[in-house]
Design a protein around this ligand. Structure first.
Ligand code: ADP
Ligand code: MG
Length: 248
């Protein structure tokens, strides 16, 4: 990744919810076009880390820059930053009383003040890409979990973010629906999207990642290419983590 442009820079990040540090001096650069997969045991701070990256959590110290601009500043307009840093959650977060297309159009129309016809066309193109154009007038309750998650991804993509954060987006899905969501993410990776992905799908992590970041106890313990990490982890903590997975 040397020589490539740094898109998101995280320097000495500390996060504490009030009963001990959750992230301890975490530093990480994410380059343009890079796919970074964040793995680690439950409770190690993965979600917190992603949430800090787009301002859903206040941090105690450290700094985050997006395109060189400091975004961890009291004056940061997070509504603007979040258009550049999209996030997809495990629980979809779709509005139940709105159709698929209206869920997707909310951001472009209300936040970005785009023209309706143009936004609709983009929404339809994106729905087509994830194989859901025929569901555009359906309500979330009429969709499967995998379909809802693909809609949530489209809702993030339509804002044309510079970077996308995914927090265990397949963890709540029935096994047969995991693949269709992972395939969309693999496709995005191939197209050069910059992404930070938290996942427990290790085969997928190995296939999609440029770099694996192993987080444990709120610290980055290891950071390496996927082949290296999965075949020759450097630390005892990473070895132990990988061992627990093979018993699942
Ligand atoms: P992970 O996503 O790796 O499972 P989390 O980031 O969710 O880990 O949690 C890291 C630690 O922070 C855990 O000990 C968790 O209990 C704690 N934590 C997470 N969210 C909150 C919160 N809103 N308030 C207090 N503690 C929290
Ligand atoms: Mg989590």
């Amino acid at each position: 990744m040397e020589g490539q442009e740094k898109l998101l820079e995280i320097h000495h990040l500390h996060k504490d919810y009030g009963n001990g540090a959750v992230l301890k001096d975490v530093s990480l650069d994410i380059h343009k076009g890079e796919v970074l997969v964040l793995i680690g045991p439950s409770g190690c701070g993965k979600s917190t880390f992603l949430r800090c990256m787009n301002g859903l959590e206040q941090i105690q110290s450290g700094e985050i820059r997006l395109d060189k601009e400091v975004i961890t500043d009291p004056k940061t307009k997070w509504s603007e930053v979040r258009q550049k840093i999209g996030m997809v959650f495990q629980s979809y977060e779709l509005f139940p009383h709105m159709t698929v297309i209206n869920n997707i159009l909310l951001g472009p129309l209300k936040v970005q003040k785009k023209e309706k016809k143009e936004a609709e066309k983009e929404a339809e193109q994106l729905l087509e890409r994830v194989g859901l154009l025929d569901k555009k007038d359906a309500y979330p309750r009429q969709l499967s979990g995998g379909q809802k998650q693909r809609v949530a991804i489209v809702r993030a993509l339509i804002m044309k973010p510079e970077i996308l954060l995914f927090d265990e987006v397949t963890a709540a899905l029935d096994p047969e629906m995991v693949r269709e969501v992972l395939d969309v993410m693999l496709e995005l990776a191939k197209e050069g999207s910059t992404m930070v992905i938290v996942t427990h799908e290790m085969q997928f992590a190995r296939a999609v990642a440029d770099r694996i970041v192993f987080l444990d106890g709120g610290e980055i313990v290891e950071m390496s290419a996927p082949e290296q990490f999965f075949t020759q982890p450097e630390t005892e903590r990473a070895k132990r983590f990988l061992d627990t997975l093979s018993f699942e």
